[in-house]
Design a protein around this ligand. Structure first.
Ligand SMILES: [Zn+2]
Length: 60
């Protein structure tokens, strides 16, 4: 079965692929980086409403 890498849109072999649905470790990390960047962008606004939150430690 073939699928498509959500990052670079390359065809990806599904069976026996440890990085699926991505074509490679690089794309997997790029996806991870995308949502991590998202996480940091959003709370910046809320930070002024509350003082430093305890769960900030867990993200480090
Ligand atoms: Zn890819």
């Amino acid at each position: 079965m073939m699928t498509t890498c959500p990052i670079c849109k390359s065809p990806v072999q599904w069976e026996g692929n440890p990085t699926r649905p991505f074509c490679s470790e690089r794309c997997r990390i790029r996806d991870l980086g995308a949502w991590v960047a998202e996480e940091y962008r959003v709370p910046a606004e809320e930070f002024r409403l509350e003082e430093a939150t305890p769960d900030e430690e867990q993200k480090q």
